[in-house]
Design a protein around this ligand. Structure first.
Ligand code: R5P
Length: 314
């Protein structure tokens, strides 16, 4: 069948972002009812014709994760049964990603389980951003396009004109992200050796690299309890860093995150709008939009054009 135009729908997790993407593409957000039956079950109805359309469902699986994930699955099921020609799950934030391997006995691999669910529900493609681990792409047996919010952050720093920068990974896991960020601005890299004591408590043990008298940008994929980024900031100051910026794609921001960010010695903390920022964030938290990037990616996927080219230029 000939594929008709793009149709963008969203679940309740990503309404504002989906609207911003629609603005970029100069089209309205598709009409989809997503609410609850009296017993709490999710009630979905696509309220316009999508037969033959190239459908993109924008939904971050952010807290409440199970609700948002289930909304996404049900939306995809509805689109498939409404004869959409192709369904792309647009996952600005992919939750349940932490468990991506069996690193101890008798634990699940939730990142794979959720990928299986998304494929079974009817996704033909996935468009995501800064996965917790890039290899999660391989958990889907359908095409996955993986975007990087660093482009938006790099633009911000280019405008700011910050000099003498060291890019810091708050743990060894983030070191790849930090070095590709650093490469783009020709900066050095430092790595904090972190130990997680409990799910919401981390200790920064030591610093690998030199930061004395330098402006530091800590980059990470997400801020959850803000333990990692706040501990990293503390140790950087102990080692003589000058100004500090935090930079994380996904502002999950749960527990004491805002209090920790408030108390940490950051000049600014930049996050993307992959997850709506909860009310009460300290003023130093600044949201940069990835809607233009997602909009361009959606347009390119629809037209069958390269996405890598988006990252060749800053
Ligand atoms: C760790 O592997 C991640 O990249 C983040 O550093 C971590 O999930 C952030 O969590 P929190 O803010 O709770 O320290």
């Amino acid at each position: 069948m000939m594929r008709k135009g793009i149709k963008i729908l969203s679940g309740s997790a990503s309404r504002d972002l989906a609207r911003a993407i629609c603005n970029e593409l100069d089209r309205p957000l598709g009409a989809a009812l997503v609410d609850r039956f009296p017993d709490g079950e999710i009630n979905v109805k696509i309220e316009e014709d999508i037969r033959g359309c190239d459908v993109f469902i924008v939904q971050s699986t952010c807290p409440p994760v199970n609700e948002h994930l289930m909304e996404l699955l049900i939306l995809m099921d509805a689109c498939k049964r409404a004869s959409a020609e192709r369904v792309t799950a647009v996952l600005p934030y992919y939750g349940y990603a932490r468990k991506d391997r069996k690193d101890e006995g008798r634990v699940p691999i939730t990142a794979k389980l959720v990928a299986n669910l998304i494929c079974s529900a009817g996704a033909n493609r996935v468009l995501c951003m800064d996965l917790h681990a890039a290899q999660i792409q391989g958990f889907f047996d359908i095409p996955v396009d993986h975007l990087y919010a660093s482009k938006v952050f790099l633009h911000y720093f280019a405008r700011l004109g910050t000099k003498d920068v060291v890019v810091v990974a708050p743990d060894v896991g983030s070191s790849k992200m930090a070095s590709s960020f650093a490469k783009r601005i020709d900066a050095d890299v430092a790595i904090v050796e972190k130990r997680r004591v409990t799910p919401d408590k981390t200790n920064a043990l030591k610093l690998i690299g030199t930061v004395e008298g330098k402006n530091c940008i800590i980059v990470d994929d997400m801020i959850s309890t803000a333990g990692s980024i706040a501990e990293a900031a503390k140790i950087l100051k102990e080692y003589g860093a000058r100004e500090l910026w935090g930079c994380a794609t996904h502002p999950v921001c749960c527990g004491n995150a805002f209090k920790r960010l408030e108390e940490a010695p950051f000049r600014e903390v930049l996050v993307a709008d992959t997850i709506p920022l909860a009310p009460g964030a300290p003023e130093k938290v600044k949201v940069l939009s990835v809607a233009p990037m997602l909009g361009e990616a959606i347009k390119r996927i629809h037209l069958g054009e390269s996405l890598s080219i988006m990252f060749d230029r800053l």
